[in-house]
Ligand binder design. Structure first.
Ligand code: NAI
Length: 699
């Protein structure tokens, strides 16, 4: 049973019991309506309390039912709420811990609500590209007031129960429990006290008006339009709440339902739901069960206090885990420490970090020049120069000093992790933790699993990633891992587009219009064009047959490395990040094009987007087939969290699925015929060809 039933004196207590968050899946809804009927049939029962067992009142819909017919199977949530509203005996919701989505809508259907302090209350449907679908947009404004309700519905963000209870005139909570622990007893006493009160109050009967409705909703729409780029749901939230103020309750419910159903079929909602599931799925590794024992993680060491080392250290300090940083020279340590301090100070100045927290975090940081000081750390993360010789020295030292069982991690972005592991006598303890720059900000963490990495090491680092609030995605060992291996192909296409007739600004604009945070050339300027240059030089040796545009090399030969040198594909004014097109760069591209005997052609935005995105898709398909990524959703997460792929398109692999893999393959075949492109590359990856032929998808 997913609800429990007890009778305390004259009060029936129905407890949702569907761990972990009392999701309102079909079995729970069925069981709840049965227990409700039982309470109403029992003459000894005068009133009913509805609560949740464990760590939530209810977290809302059961995500396992997403997109399946079970989600709407009767009794659906609307019917359950109707049954509660129609209950002849009063129903009191006793709310604690978490009350979200369908859980809040359920509570709003009850006659009374009592909340414990500290409860997180939200209607997060908008984050899945939806409006609340079981009366949330109609009942919450009636219970809470139009403006606070709209804020909650449009943002999807949780608000604490005690904050909501302070809103003047609110009818969301009839009573606050004195403490969370006291809630069950106080709710039973309350239910007893109101047992005979009639008529039973219903939120649907409350008035819903705004004094300046027209002006307010206009203002709200303008705000939301600015923030909700390309996402339809937030504006629909405004429309639905406005309907609550203008229409009769039942008509408002009909409108909400219509919005909900239409949004469910939008590509944007599909993308957001895919991301929600993919993020959860990414944290699960097929052969590492959830109950795999984890190693201790009470202290960290970081080798190298440069760009990455400092940012990596901050992640752990922010999570309250002590960090010891090692460098070769005192000056390097001082520099690294100063950067960390400056970073935190700027957060304090902006009011994002309290002074005492700042001191606390710095207090957890210590430094050393001696490897022997690292022997008590549970994990060490190496972030030294990207050279195998340097890594070899460092890992041999770590093997010498680290205690048995310590995890030895490398932040390498290109080097072979298996070789690094082989420098030690304990390759099972070696793992890659590929952070992205700036490491204290970027959400993505590629966890690189070596051939010999132990399962408990994987389980431990995945848990650590969660602790430091990263989205971790597992990658096998290959050059560039998932993200950079794909971006190399995307960059190559960018180069060919320049050779054939585009300017950097045209390419960037087209892909930014598609939704990318930044086009390939602005991104190159941000990351430093010298990084790609170094990689290409290596490639020219390793893969002499691989075709490259030479424009990026010409740019680097001029010292135009990007923002750090004030000049790259664009010009930059000191202290600003605006990319200003540079006529000399355009001339350089034209001259190079002429030297190749290419007459430029006008290339459409559509072709630019297709070539850039499908290059990711094709390389992604190879990565999937080789088992470097274990699922397509993992590749999508890498691109969404680390490379600015538009959220509302759900990642490159989901996007390809939507376009239809058959159509993607057709386009690739077309590109392969372009003599200035790389026909070899556009040969669809075998997995892609197979799925396209079978009419299947990646996800
Ligand atoms: P960096 O040059 O800013 O910092 C490297 C630091 O390591 C320097 O402070 C240097 O003094 C120190 N160091 C060098 N050899 C050492 C040794 N034997 N013992 C102790 N300290 C030593 O380099 P960055 O950018 O921080 O890169 C570090 C690692 O992170 C590289 O493997 C790189 O590929 C990787 N990475 C870099 C990213 C980036 O965007 N910069 C992104 C992801 C990974």
């Amino acid at each position: 049973m997913t609800t429990l039933y007890e009778v305390h004196g004259s009060v029936a207590l129905i407890t949702l019991s569907n761990p972990p968050v009392n999701g309102l899946g079909h079995p729970t809804r069925l069981s709840l309506t049965r227990h409700l009927a039982q309470a109403n049939e029992d003459d000894a029962v005068k009133s009913i309390v509805l609560t949740g067992a464990g760590k939530a009142f209810s977290g809302g819909a059961d995500i396992k039912e997403f997109g399946s017919p079970l989600a709407t199977q009767e009794p659906n949530l609307l019917s359950v709420i109707m049954a509660i509203e129609n209950s002849p005996k009063p129903v009191v919701a006793a709310i604690h811990s978490v009350c979200m989505g369908g859980g809040l809508e359920l509570a709003l259907g009850c006659h009374y609500r009592m909340a414990a302090p500290g409860c997180s209350v939200a209607l997060p449907e908008v984050k899945l590209g939806l409006v609340p679908g079981a009366g949330g947009t109609q009942r919450l404004p009636r219970a809470l007031g139009v403006e606070p309700a709209l804020n909650m519905i449009v943002s999807g963000e949780p608000v604490k129960s005690e904050m909501l209870a302070q809103i003047p005139g609110q009818k969301l909570f009839d009573k606050m429990a004195s403490t969370a622990a006291a809630l069950p007893d106080e709710a039973l006493a309350f239910a007893q006290a109101i047992a005979d009160t009639r008529p039973l109050p219903l939120v649907r009967d409350l008035p819903c008006k705004h004094r300046n409705g027209d002006a307010y909703f206009q203002f709200a729409r303008n705000m939301v339009k600015g923030m909700a780029k390309n996402l339809p749901a937030p504006l629909k939230c405004v429309d639905a709440v406005e309907a609550a103020t203008q229409q009769k309750f039942d008509e408002g419910m009909r409108i909400e339902r219509e919005f909900f159903t239409n949004l469910m079929f939008t590509p944007e909602s599909h993308a957001l739901r895919h991301i929600f599931m993919a993020e959860r799925a990414a944290s699960k590794i097929p052969d590492v069960p959830a109950d795999t024992p984890q190693r201790r993680m009470d202290s960290i060491a970081v080798i190298g206090a440069g760009t990455m080392g400092g940012g990596i250290a901050m992640n752990f300090l922010n999570a309250g885990i002590p960090v010891k940083m090692l460098e070769m020279k005192q000056e390097a340590l001082d520099r690294g420490l100063a950067t960390i301090r400056k970073n935190y100070e700027s957060q304090v100045k902006k009011g994002k970090l309290k002074q005492d927290k700042y001191e606390q975090r710095l207090g957890l940081l210590s430094t050393t020049l001696s490897y022997d000081d690292l022997n008590d750390a549970d994990m060490v993360i190496e972030a030294v120069f990207e050279e195998m010789g340097v890594k070899e020295k460092v890992f041999k030292e770590l093997d010498r000093v680290m205690k048995p069982g310590a995890i030895l991690a490398s932040n390498t972005s290109t080097l072979d992790l298996n070789r690094i592991a082989a420098f030690t006598g304990r390759p099972q303890d070696v793992v890659g933790l590929h952070f992205f720059s700036p490491a204290n900000i970027m959400k993505l963490l590629e966890v690189v699993r070596g051939d010999k990495t132990a399962r408990d090491v994987m389980a431990t680092v995945m848990a650590v990633a969660k602790k430091i609030r990263k989205t971790a995605v597992v990658s096998g060992v290959c050059d560039g891992f998932i993200g950079n291996r794909m971006i190399e192909q995307y960059g190559r296409q960018g180069g060919f587009l320049l050779d054939e007739g585009c300017t950097p600004a045209q390419v960037d604009k087209a892909i930014e219009k598609f939704g990318f945070a930044m086009g390939p050339f602005r991104m190159g300027d941000l990351a430093g064009n010298d990084i790609g240059w170094a990689i290409r030089k290596r490639r020219y040796q390793e893969k002499p047959d691989m075709k490259y545009s030479k424009t990026a090399d010409l740019l680097c030969e001029k010292g135009r490395f990007g923002q750090k040198t004030g000049a790259g594909w664009y010009d930059y004014v000191a202290g600003k990040r605006d990319a200003i097109p540079n006529p000399e760069v355009v001339q350089m591209i034209e001259a190079h094009r002429a030297s190749l005997g290419i007459s430029p052609r006008k290339i459409s935005d559509e072709e630019i987007v297709q070539r850039l995105v499908y290059s990711l898709v094709n390389e992604g398909a190879h990565i999937l087939e080789e088992g470097i990524a274990s699922k397509a959703g993992d590749i999508d997460m890498v691109y969404l969290m680390g490379y600015g792929f538009p959220i509302y398109r759900g990642g490159p692999m989901l996007y390809a699925d939507r376009i239809g893999l058959f159509n993607v393959v057709q386009a690739m075949n077309r590109f392969a015929k372009n003599p200035l492109d790389d026909a070899n590359f556009w040969k669809p990856a075998p997995l892609l060809a197979r799925l396209a032929a079978e009419g299947k998808t990646f996800n």
